[in-house]
Design a protein around this ligand. Sequence first.
Ligand code: URA
Length: 288
Amino acid sequence: MLASMDERRIQRAARQSLRIDQLLGAASVPLGSGGEMMELLQTAAPPPPSTPSTSTPAAHAPARPARQPATKTGVLQAGGRADEPLPADTMTLDEKIAALEALATEHAAQCPHCSPQAGKLNMVFGEGDPDAAVMFVGEGPGADEDRLGRPFVGRAGQLLDKQITAMGLEREQVYIANIVKTRPPANRVPTPAEAALCMPYLQRQIEIIHPKVLVSLGATSAKYLLSNPKLQITKERGTWRDFRGIQLMPTFHPAYLLRAYTRENRLAVWDDLKKVLETAGYPVPAGK
Ligand code: URA
């Protein structure tokens, strides 16, 4: 018999907790009190980093895939249609890990946007808990991400890390990906054509992870995920949207926040993230 939503949530939380314990070698993981976000709200914008991020990839993040010959069938084709609700979340953790690894391999070999650039640019597939309740989606890799092959490791990524910590979570507990998995030239916004080529892999990634909540970071991510090219992030942020049957919270991109580091903007993002925590079933830190 299928487990109820609550049972699945408890099982998922237990698995996550166990996994984090294993990752950290700790008996338990303290939950943040929101103090970190208070600190973010009170302080000036973080200075540019002088050294690359030292955070380590999540234990289950797929290794950078080797290039393989294209195949006609595979993990991508196993997915549902992008305009239909996500298929039911029936995979075990091990199945999710295997499916993400296979998808990363397929993506490296076949993505019409990314594979022609292989050798010049790193593909940034995404990383985190394959069974994450919360999945963040940014725009595309920047120079730091391209260099390291990991999402959100530059200055914006450091702010995202602080936000995740303020939520009482570890970076390894969420999943982080982008609309396009290869850096657009000169760090420009991905074109609709580029996004259309790469998006099926993100769609399938979301199907496999099947988060409870998606957080789109910035206007580009929200526009492509919600298929609304006219979307204005200043109007849409903070309001729940539907993405194929799961809840999506549009919020400001951390890079925008760094440029417009006002108390108002920081409070707005923190409000969005508290809604995300509540809907994902996590404790919501007290305070602003
Ligand atoms: N900005 C993004 O949108 N994604 C990254 O991975 C890094 C910066």
